[in-house]
Design a protein around this ligand. Structure first.
Ligand code: FPP
Length: 240
């Protein structure tokens, strides 16, 4: 077993993905296995978030997108949906100084519809506070749904009376217009699907799945995923 520092050195010898996107799944099952409430599972998940953010910074990854709350998550009991959003808000309040000091820029993607004014103010303030940093771009997908994102992009185009464009031009209407497409998508908890996450942007992403439940996902396993990514040949439909 390599130590975390040894793994960091090993990963840095290879190609560092520019953008990693993570579907953090399995908090509920993690809690159930321990006889705890689902909310305790989400709280434990925050520790794993800290691990991947910190490790991404050390590795020099430029973009990290985390699927924190999907448009479909409103189908959960109201108490749980609200608890996840409150947890995100409280985590931001607690961590923003630390993130700002560590050169992280905090971005948000998703629909502002259905989010409280207070929550929207908090996410806007976090971006304003960190936008001049130059390190890791941490992109939190909150109230995010890929199909919704595409529909909103089409609506924006129609408002501008645009009826013909290229793939690159269309990408400019998405929430992710400022970011490159993900090189690597990671999903935890043994579920092998994208669940409406960045469905336009992941056309050529490498996918990596693990049975580990999100709260148990460690920086070591994160780096294992990146080492696997480094072994793959990406062809983007061409030949190598
Ligand atoms: C999926 O597990 C996880 C979520 C819907 C919430 C993830 C949110 C966090 C870990 C908090 C993130 C905080 C910040 C600041 C980004 P699940 O509930 O679907 O698990 P299950 O499939 O086992 O039920």
């Amino acid at each position: 077993m390599k130590t975390k520092e040894e793994l960091i050195r090993k990963v840095k010898k290879g190609l560092i993905p520019s953008h990693i996107a993570i579907i953090m799944d399995g908090n509920g099952r993690w809690a159930k296995l321990r006889g705890l409430s689902r909310i305790k599972g989400h709280q434990a998940g925050v520790e794993a978030v800290r691990g991947v953010v910190d490790t991404s910074g050390h590795l020099g990854i430029k973009y990290l997108t985390l699927y924190a709350f999907s448009t479909e998550n409103w189908r959960r009991p109201e108490k749980e949906a609200k608890a996840v959003l409150t947890l995100i808000e409280n985590t931001l309040i607690r961590e923003i100084n630390n993130l700002a000091k560590n050169n992280v820029i905090v971005h948000f993607i998703g629909s502002q519809k259905d989010l409280s004014k207070r929550f929207i103010k908090k996410i806007n303030d976090s971006y304003q506070r960190t936008k001049n940093n130059t390190g890791l771009n941490l992109i939190l997908a909150i109230n995010y749904g890929g199909r919704n994102e595409i529909l909103e992009a089409v609506e924006k185009m129609l408002q501008k009376q645009i009826n013909k464009l290229t793939i690159d031009e269309f990408s400019n209407y998405l929430y992710t217009s400022k970011f490159p497409d993900p090189d690597l998508v990671i999903r935890t908890s043994g579920v092998i699907r994208l669940s409406n996450f960045l469905i336009w942007q992941t056309a050529y992403s490498e996918l990596w799945f693990t049975d580990t439940l999100w709260p148990d996902f460690t920086p070591e396993e994160y780096m294992q995923a990146i080492l696997d990514f480094q072994k793959r040949t990406r062809k983007f439909g061409g030949v190598k």
